[in-house]
Design a protein. Structure first.
Lengths: 226, 67
């Protein structure tokens, strides 16, 4: 399923425990570069925990993760993470938000911010605060922040939640374009059919384990083993 | 990597901008300072000997520091 020569992310026997509860139970997988991976599963299956572990935001209790041969924290410049909440400042406009995050990344000038906002289909000249944006616009702005520093890997946690079908389809198209431009994309979602025909691989999780990896959202057999 | 000063400056500008627009902390700060003044007014009797000592000490420090 995966070609070791092009795999950029290696997850080896990762266990993540929260007290006595194990959110990840020995996840082992390799992920290729330039592919669109959809991570699917029921609530509590461990999707978000796996994404957070890949982003370096959750340290595995056991096991290791390598991204471009480095630990997730060392590879953070190559990672763009979009959390479930938008994590934007409501009182500031989209451009002001991105300008702030750009300074944290050490990006000078506004050109890159404007480019990121245009890439997600928004207007950088919008002056109203992000708090007055629609949910779809907020999700897009959150995506713009994730791609601001031009990362090679995008980790997106439920980017289509609370977004109408039309806006969600537009976002899927955007992500497909980014994948075509060479980015590796991970999307945690419950809307598998939305990604049909765009995602290269569907990774199915159950009870903290990857149980199946399929090329189509409809070819998953519940209870199948990796 | 970005310098600490750049990060600090960016965060300071962001916080001031947010505060200027929301005025959340400013309102509670003004209310708190007013409350402190009221408490001090009730706590210290300006005619008491102790209060005169405090004022005297402050004036002494002021003349030492040439303020």
């Amino acid at each position: 399923m995966t070609d070791a020569a092009t795999s950029i992310i290696t997850v080896r026997d990762v266990i993540k425990q929260f007290g006595r509860f194990a959110a990840l139970r020995g996840v082992t997988a390799e992920f290729d570069a330039g592919r669109f991976h959809a991570i699917l599963g029921d609530n509590g299956a461990g999707k978000t925990t796996l994404l957070r572990a890949l982003a370096g935001l959750a340290n595995p209790t056991r096991g290791e993760i390598e991204i471009f041969g480095k630990s997730p924290k060392e590879a953070c410049r190559d990672l763009g993470y979009m959390a479930h909440p938008s994590l934007l400042y409501d009182e500031m406009s989209g451009m002001e938000n991105l300008r702030y995050f750009a300074r944290l990344y050490g990006i000078a000038g506004d050109a890159r911010c404007e480019q990121a906002i245009r890439a997600v289909g928004l207007d950088p000249k919008l002056t109203r605060g992000v708090g007055q944006y629609s949910q779809g616009m907020r999700q897009r702005m959150s995506l713009a922040r994730a791609i601001l520093h031009d990362p090679r890997v995008l980790l997106l946690d439920e980017p289509f939640s609370n977004v109408d079908v039309h806006s969600a389809r537009e976002m899927v198209g955007l992500l497909g374009g980014m994948r075509d431009a060479g980015k590796t994309i991970f999307v945690v979602t419950h809307q598998a059919l939305l990604l049909e025909g765009v995602a290269d691989e569907f990774v199915w999780m159950e009870a903290g384990q990857i149980v199946d990896r399929t090329a189509s959202a409809q070819s998953h057999a519940p209870g199948g083993v990796q | 990597m970005n310098s600490l000063w750049t990060v600090m400056l960016a965060t300071l500008v962001k916080d001031i901008r947010l505060e200027w627009r929301s005025k959340d902390a400013l309102n509670s700060m003004l209310f708190f300072s007013l409350l402190v003044v009221v408490i001090f007014v009730f706590s210290f009797d300006p005619l008491a000997e102790e209060s005169r000592h405090i004022v005297g000490a402050w004036c002494g420090w002021r003349s030492c520091l040439r303020l």
